[in-house]
Design a protein around this ligand. Structure first.
Ligand code: ADP
Ligand code: MG
Length: 300
């Protein structure tokens, strides 16, 4: 590849919303055959909103639980946390959120803190109620049903536990980016196989994958699991690009043959990537692959 042609391609890429770190990235991009896609903030907008709150029967009640959950999530930078806090603040009971001590956030799990002497956890349902209804560690029927319905509708669901007792199931929704379906479809037509990798649970992940026609799905991935998945795919001879936006995608982006970050993503993701797409333009991922192939094919 002549330097002039690569330079021209780099410039053309910039016009099309594809910022390439250097000529080597274009060379790698040309041979990519697999793309590992993050869900939240990449395929979806990442602007999350609470869609439903289901309080436990005979518990503290919806208002009290939202107030506690909103307070603890105030310390979180996760889109889920922001959604829950702003939702709680819209309720009369949440206008003044109480103080939180001993706050801790665990990535890929959730948050906890002490509020008014009670331990409040807002977190992933884990093994609980994952289809199994009732039982000592399970959820009351009404909560288990709310959880299953919300996940089938592609929502992310978190539990609010107060002093170890599940007091509510909160469903949080986020919409697919307008360009996601087309982007995935175009990548596939270019021979690039899409793989979904998300921290969300299986039911939610499969519901989103079904909307996009993605058949390979990896759910409940911690950041290191995403990176491990990339390593495994590469070991099988695949040429792997990762497309992500979050701090939790940085390790996978770095481990890929080629990392692609959403321009609207975190500094950690952009820093770890070889290619950055303009803002939220996921369609630019397919444009980038086509550009690399076309440019480099003509300069043989
Ligand atoms: P993703 O890959 O979809 O961005 P994350 O790794 O950020 O997912 O989070 C995975 C899961 O951890 C979430 O689906 C949620 O169950 C839980 N979680 C993470 N952060 C929070 C939070 N601040 N509050 C409640 N739950 C959280
Ligand atoms: Mg993300």
């Amino acid at each position: 590849a002549t330097p002039t042609a690569l330079l021209a391609a780099t410039g053309r890429g910039a016009q099309l919303g594809v910022l390439v770190s250097g000529p080597r990235a274009l060379e790698t991009l040309r041979h990519v055959d697999t793309v590992v896609l993050d869900k939240t903030g990449t395929l979806t907008t990442g602007h999350m909103t609470v869609t439903q709150v289901t309080a436990a029967p005979d518990g503290l009640g919806r208002d009290a639980v939202l107030r506690l959950a909103g307070a603890v999530e105030r310390g979180s930078e996760h889109p889920l946390g922001r959604a829950i806090t702003s939702y709680a603040r819209q309720e009369p009971a949440g206008r003044e959120l109480p103080e939180v001590t001993e706050f801790r956030a665990r990535p890929g799990w959730g948050v906890r803190g002490v509020v008014e002497g009670r331990l409040v956890e807002v977190c992933s349902p884990g093994g609980e109620g994952g289809g199994a209804v009732g039982g000592p560690d399970g959820l009351p029927d009404s909560l288990a049903r709310a959880l299953a319905d919300a996940e089938a509708a592609a929502r992310t669901v978190v539990l609010v536990r107060v002093d170890g007792v599940v007091e509510a199931v909160v469903a949080v929704g986020d919409v697919l980016r307008a360009g996601s379906y087309r982007a995935v479809d175009r990548l596939r037509r270019l021979g690039v196989e899409p793989v979904l990798a998300t921290g969300d649970r299986a039911a939610t992940a499969h519901a989103v994958a079904a909307e996009l026609g993605i058949s390979e799905v990896h759910a409940r991935c911690a950041p290191e699991d995403k990176a491990e998945l990339v390593g495994q795919l590469r070991a099988r001879g695949r040429r792997v690009a990762v497309l992500g936006d979050g701090v939790n995608d940085a390790a996978a982006l770095a481990r890929a043959d080629l990392g692609i970050a959403m321009g609207c993503g975190s500094d950690a993701a952009i820093g770890a990537a070889d290619v950055t797409l303009a803002a939220g333009d996921i369609g630019a991922a397919a444009v980038a692959v086509r550009l690399a192939r076309r440019t480099l094919a003509t300069i043989r």
